[in-house]
Design a protein around this ligand. Sequence first.
Ligand code: BTN
Length: 265
Amino acid sequence: MVDNPYHAIERPRPGAIGWRIHYYQELSSTQDAAARLAASGAEHGTAVIAETQSAGRGRMGRRWHSPPGANLYTTIILRPKIALAEAGQLSLVAGVAAAEAIESVAPGMVALKWPNDVWLNRKKTAGMIAEAVSNSDQTLACVLLGIGLNLNLAADELPDELRAHATSVLIETGRRCDRPALAAALFSALNNRYMEFEARGFEAIRPVWESYSALTGRTVTVVNGDARETGVVRGIDSSGALMLDTAGGPRRILAGDVTLEGAYD
Ligand code: BTN
């Protein structure tokens, strides 16, 4: 049996985020393992952590670079009582929790880039993905909330194609972090923010998200397939959509890749 370095941070209260942690040396993706656990009835708050992923998934069909020994790759099974269409809001809730956890090891450097990137010094150090699993009647069965945090990855371990846009806590602070301690901080923050979301909806999370926003007041371009919009970000609305003022009037953006003018100069 594989020794589980995350066993000590399991939370005593059944149903709290991270109350049970399934740890694996290697998985294709923690999303796949969580999907199997969810299908066999795993409870809300159950987490999967892998040391490495051979086919880690990012948004929009991208791969998530998942080498062993450095980072945190986790999927949490959530069973919220919300509509299927609202499931995506959980990736913004997770963004706030990840920002709060990373803030504890990299104070003053953390920002959120809509929809789901956590930045350190304007480079991506974490990403979230919320995969909804539906019932046959199109109601929400559960959400597989995947979170990847680049923690102790050294600069020379970043593949060339990621170097301009990605970073890690180690690269930005010069300090390694204790991965189980960081996972505990993440699960605790997510548990708190999830309870607020459950009680008062996304509106309860929006001001905290805005307080970390790297985009508000800035000019951005959003690309989604063939669609492209440039404008000034006004913030996010009560459903988590990006509000943009463009030359053609206000736009409400539901999905896309955002480029901030001058972000990587
Ligand atoms: C993104 O920013 O594109 C989302 C990245 C999500 C990566 C995490 S790592 C743990 C979980 N397992 C995966 O295969 N993906 C998510």
